[in-house]
Ligand binder design. Sequence first.
Ligand SMILES: C[S@@+](CC[C@H](N)C(=O)[O-])C[C@H]1O[C@@H](n2cnc3c(N)ncnc32)[C@H](O)[C@@H]1O
Length: 168
Amino acid sequence: MNQVFYQNSLLKFVRTKKGRALDLASGNETFVKLLLKNNWYVDSVDLKKNNNFKKKNYTFHCIDLEKTKLPKIRNRLALRKYDLVILFRFLHRPLFRIIPFLMKKNGLFFCETFMIQNGKGKLNTKKNMLREKELFNLKNCSLNLLKFYQGKDSQKGNIIQTAIFKKV
Ligand SMILES: C[S@@+](CC[C@H](N)C(=O)[O-])C[C@H]1O[C@@H](n2cnc3c(N)ncnc32)[C@H](O)[C@@H]1O
């Protein structure tokens, strides 16, 4: 399965709590499957469906997160609020403005993607990578930063930035 730096925290939360989760840019739906296995209700969003995976309690939303206006994204998600939002290996900065509105009080937001350090990073396009301490400095009065790390990932040595936020 695709790994994230705070995998243990994610697994602990997913196994001990139940509720509704949103996976943004869900890709091959690895995390969707993990959530469903642990009896979560799950919505996921991506540009394209990567397989024909269909399951009770799961809704896939085909939305272009870069081209769709933020209020419309919320409407497409039926103005739902989530106990868990995950955003892994995809960056579109305006999403940081709506994510707090998508979360229930005490809900968690896990975010992890590549970052640029000393002008270098895994991706070809700079704007798709986080800047130094960008998640640490994310200014949002309704999100508390619980955990933050920037540096090499634990698998391939790519430079990543990762954080867990709690909605207050
Ligand atoms: C590197 S994959 C990450 C998948 C998953 N989050 C993971 O970590 O395993 C990036 C995903 O972002 C999706 N994506 C790219 N541009 C997008 C857009 N404009 N709107 C929605 N999804 C997009 C791609 O289709 C792809 O599934």
